[in-house]
Design a protein around this ligand. Structure first.
Ligand SMILES: Nc1ncnc2c1ncn2[C@@H]1O[C@H](COP(=O)(O)OP(=O)(O)O)[C@@H](O)[C@H]1O
Ligand SMILES: CC(=O)N[C@@H](CCC(=O)OP(=O)(O)O)C(=O)O
Length: 266
């Protein structure tokens, strides 16, 4: 099986032009088939606020009313996605920017209203909702798909889907055809024993260690769904999952010691 590297890059890196450029230079140097998923939540919040739309987040998910859907479509599908593609073209990487609607790559369902109405937020059912053949054709033709965290409902509406979730569902679906390594890149050196101390990287995170860290309150906020997603992908056929700093993407992709490796057992 051919190797496929899937990287997710988070909002704090995208929001910093210097960090983003440095990441893209290293990303362009990653060899073999590869696919990038980007977030951009921070920029969407800032631009929404400039338009008088206050961000509302519940459990790390954005409440996406009709106006907010317009903002995230412009920001994720336009500004962020196309800036990344243009920079990668300048670096010699033949990137192709996509939302989940393009080539029907990710179909989702509007999250049902229970106690909270998330609005136009999409949940992806499973690997059957991913157009693996289309992504495979692009990869084999030498393109690098750059995927925005937008999905579609098959009825004409775009939906907003958390970028970590998009990366993990794509990784699981692509594992049918490739040996997938999934790298979550953000601004810290990895999963840290102490979130304020960058020198406290946990090199290997097992479910037992994760449980202990949760009990001690060492993992919180956006790291919780990221790690839940990470363990779930390993259980669904993804070969390697790592979490680390955007500056270490090349080292992580090449299997050198960097970041936190997520593993089902020690
Ligand atoms: N143990 C931990 N190690 C590192 N970061 C942690 C930890 N626990 C919580 N965090 C927080 O998780 C955040 C990353 O999650 P999130 O903001 O969702 O990432 P992204 O930038 O990829 O969207 C970090 O900025 C950090 O504040
Ligand atoms: C439904 C939902 O919450 N979608 C996310 C998508 C962007 C994202 O995940 O961006 P980061 O990776 O930068 O956080 C949002 O709008 O914030």
């Amino acid at each position: 099986m051919q190797k496929l590297t899937i990287v997710k890059i988070g909002g704090n890196v995208i929001d910093d032009p210097r960090l983003l450029h440095r990441f893209l230079v290293d990303w362009a140097a990653v060899t073999g088939p590869k696919l990038l998923v980007h977030g951009g939540g921070k920029i969407a919040s800032a631009i929404g606020q400039r338009l008088g739309i206050e961000p509302k987040m519940v459990d790390g998910r954005r409440i996406t009313d009709a106006e907010t859907l317009e903002v995230v479509t412009m920001v994720y599908g336009g500004l962020v996605n196309k800036n990344i593609v243009a920079q990668l073209q300048a670096l010699g990487n033949n990137a192709i920017g996509l939302t989940g609607a393009d080539a029907n790559i990710i179909k989702a369902e509007k999250r049902p209203v229970k106690t909270i109405d998330y609005g136009f937020v999409g949940d992806v059912k499973g690997p059957e909702s991913i157009n693996v053949a289309a992504l495979d054709a692009m990869l084999q033709a030498g393109f690098t798909p750059i995927v925005a965290p937008l999905t579609h409902d098959g009825k004409g509406s775009l939906l907003n889907t958390n970028a970590d979730t998009v990366a993990s569902v794509l990784a699981v679906a692509m594992a049918q055809k490739y040996k997938v390594q999934l790298l979550y890149c953000f601004e810290k050196k990895g999963v840290l024993e102490d979130a304020a101390n960058d020198d406290s990287v946990v090199e290997l995170l097992t479910p037992d260690k994760y449980k202990t860290m949760q009990e001690k309150g060492q993992v919180f906020a956006g790291m919780l769904p990221k790690l839940d997603n990470a363990f779930a992908t390993l259980q669904s056929g993804v070969s390697i999952v790592k979490i680390g700093q955007s500056e270490d993407v090349l080292a992580m992709a090449e299997g050198k010691a960097a970041g936190t490796t997520i593993a089902l057992e020690a």
